[in-house]
Design a protein around this ligand. Structure first.
Ligand code: PEP
Ligand code: MN
Length: 362
């Protein structure tokens, strides 16, 4: 029985046998035996954990930071497993990590974001796993590159690992102000589209980098039908040796999970009828959208022809700024966010320019 009750059944896969989201929690880093055991016991007491996590080898940004307790921490995790009866998971980045983790009865492995970016490392992990039957979760690479993420998974599939899942932990972005790693939810949805049979879990801790945003990100992940969550928890978060700002006590974790609204995935008959009706409306609007876009491009091509005939530049900056400003103003009056409308009009403008280029160069 999974730790989390839901109003209905969600989809079933190897991770999520009962169709309920799987909850993974534990410290960013395993620090001491006492810290690991206490965290594990208190997490177990919340009744909201399915798998215990612990970082044994830590990929840190700069040398001199705490780089993990190393193999010494594995017997502590093993003890936590025995005491709680919960399976354990650790991050592996090289063949030697895999060998040690297997030796100490680790139940699930995960590949970290800094490893997924490097095909040499993922291949080394995969080669060490040839012929081994163990589930592996693969975090997204630090940069928003879906192919690299899928490539990491394929390397594991090729050596025969058949229980694989993804972990969405957000993407590094220099301009990001709110999150530690920007979620870029669409990319996670693209992952599900590319590998629909694979479970995908969300890691609010590394997305947020701070405690106050964790529950809203966790809720969003549940609303997007993720198969589970991985959340960092520590008995004394402020004193944690790594990621202190984002860790929460086991009790706060328990509260956070209890407050999640885990919605149904499947639809009852009358819900399906109502949704089908609304979806028909959407389909009609989508058709109109295509028609409107196509008409707009037709006019853009006529303008392109005029510019060609009169030897005018394609981009007329003043005009573009006028169009952009008009869209932003209208967005504000129509319940559309400025960010969204800016993206849309920029994409449309981009396409107009390339269609005009075809005319001018054609
Ligand atoms: C972690 O889970 O502690 C970790 C190092 O995360 P990421 O690989 O997402 O940075
Ligand atoms: Mn961490």
């Amino acid at each position: 029985m999974s730790a989390v009750e839901t109003a209905g059944i969600t989809k079933v896969n190897w991770l999520n046998k009962e169709g309920r989201p799987v909850m993974i929690a534990g410290p960013c880093s395993v620090e001491t035996e006492e810290q690991m055991i206490q965290t594990a016991v208190r997490l177990k007491a919340t009744g909201k954990v399915d798998i215990l996590r612990g970082g044994i080898w830590k990929p840190r940004t700069r040398p001199g930071m705490f780089e993990g307790i190393g193999a010494k921490g594995l017997p502590w995790m093993q003890k936590a497993k025995e005491l709680t009866g919960l399976p354990i998971t650790v991050e592996v980045a090289k063949a030697s990590h895999v060998e040690l983790a297997l030796e100490f009865g680790v139940d699930v492995l995960w590949v970290g974001a800094r490893t997924t970016v490097n095909p040499f490392s993922v291949q080394e992990v995969a080669d060490a796993l040839r012929g081994v039957d163990i589930p592996v979760l693969v975090k997204n690479p630090i940069n928003p590159d879906l192919a690299l993420w899928l490539g990491g998974i394929e390397r594991l599939q090729k050596v025969g690992i058949d229980k694989i899942g993804g972990i969405h932990r957000g993407f590094s972005n220099a301009s990001e102000k709110v999150f530690r790693n920007r979620p870029q939810w669409q990319l996670a949805i693209d992952f599900k589209t590319a590998m629909p049979e694979l479970p995908l879990i969300n890691d609010p801790s590394h997305i947020c980098g701070r405690r106050d945003l964790l529950s809203s990100v966790a809720q969003k992940a549940m609303d997007l039908d993720f198969d589970g969550l991985m959340i960092e928890s520590h008995i004394t978060p402020d004193e944690a040796w790594s990621d202190a700002k984002q860790q929460i006590t086991p009790e706060v974790y328990g509260e956070l999970i209890s407050r999640l609204n885990i919605r149904k995935h499947g639809l009852a008959a009358e819900e399906k009828t109502k949704l089908d009706q609304l979806r028909k409306d959407i389909d009609l609007i989508d058709e109109e959208l295509i028609h409107v876009l196509s008409s707009r491009m037709k006019v853009a091509r006529e303008i392109g022809q005029y510019k060609k005939d009169h030897n005018l530049t394609i981009l007329q900056s003043d005009r573009w700024m006028e169009v952009l400003a008009k869209f932003v103003e209208k967005a504000n009056n129509n319940h559309l966010s400025e960010e969204f409308i800016t993206k849309v009009i920029k994409a449309i403008h981009d396409e107009s320019i390339s269609q005009q280029e075809d005319i001018i160069n054609g």
